[in-house]
Unconditional design. Structure first.
Length: 276
């Protein structure tokens, strides 16, 4: 019995010593000049995240904030032996609501605080898609190519080419998502990126089907069938999702339309970047 009490005493002493050592180390770290400087400058790097805007069944994504990871920055500078602002470790602060936990909402725009837009091209068939890809490549632009069943069935090699620079979206069979084609197309597209559905109105049936398939549902706020340059000049704004029907007008004016977007200071990005 005596030995048992001796063992208990040793264990208690060990635990007490560990706790005391930890507390002492924490106090010393907090008083360290490097730590004090990090905490002082951390305020300059803090950016408040912007919440997503949810109205009924629609969502406009928020914007991530940022903050200094104080512990990681301290250990990095301590290893270097001095305070150095370039060694600060910055981490993202995600908004409370994101599109990741709101897949049952129509995504109607990117965040209005970001001077970015995203271009969607509706490629129901292989006809005329290659001139569009050439113009995008010439301007070093990554876009979102939404493909239909016919294109996927007839030209697998083209899909692989598209996926190297662009996001691939899902138009199913001529925009009919209540169709077996949607499921097998989703399986193939997910080899390249997340699955995105497309609708030009708040079609609850499409939203339901796409949500069940764990897909995002996109509603563009600028739809271009003709006269791309004129329509873009009139309708461009922060966070715009712009969809183009692929036709002679689009091919003729796309290069000028891209230059118009860039001249107004907008970055052209794919959908995940617009929503990030």
């Amino acid at each position: 019995m005596k030995k048992i009490f001796e063992y208990i005493g040793i264990i208690c002493l060990f635990i007490f010593s560990f706790i005391f050592t930890e507390k002492t180390a924490t106090v010393l770290k907090e008083q360290d000049e490097i730590m004090i400087k990090i905490k002082e400058i951390a305020k300059n790097y803090y950016v408040e995240p912007i919440k997503a805007t949810i109205v009924d069944r629609t969502i406009t994504p928020g914007v991530s904030g940022q903050m200094v990871d104080i512990s990681a920055s301290y250990y990095k500078m301590k290893k270097a032996g001095l305070f150095n602002e370039t060694l600060l470790v910055i981490k993202n602060i995600e908004p409370e609501n994101t599109i990741l936990n709101n897949q049952d909402k129509f995504i109607i725009s990117g965040n209005k605080n970001k001077k970015e837009v995203s271009l969607i091209f509706l490629a129901y068939d292989t006809e005329k898609i290659e001139p569009v890809l050439d113009i995008l490549d010439k301007n070093n632009i990554s876009a979102n190519i939404f493909i239909g069943t016919k294109l996927l069935e007839r030209n697998n090699s083209l899909i692989n080419t598209i996926s190297k620079k662009h996001l691939i979206g899902n138009l199913s069979n001529n925009g009919n998502y209540n169709n077996p084609d949607f499921i097998w197309m989703s399986t193939i597209i997910r080899k390249f990126n997340d699955n995105y559905c497309y609708t030009e109105n708040l079609d609850e049936n499409i939203l339901k089907i796409c949500t069940q398939n764990k897909s995002y549902t996109i509603v563009p706020n600028l739809i271009i069938r003709t006269k791309p340059l004129m329509n873009i000049s009139k309708g461009l704004s922060n966070g715009s999702i712009i969809s183009f029907y692929i036709n002679d007008d689009t091919i003729k004016e796309l290069d000028m339309a891209i230059k118009e977007i860039k001249s107004k200071g907008y970055d052209i990005v794919i959908l995940p970047k617009l929503f990030s």
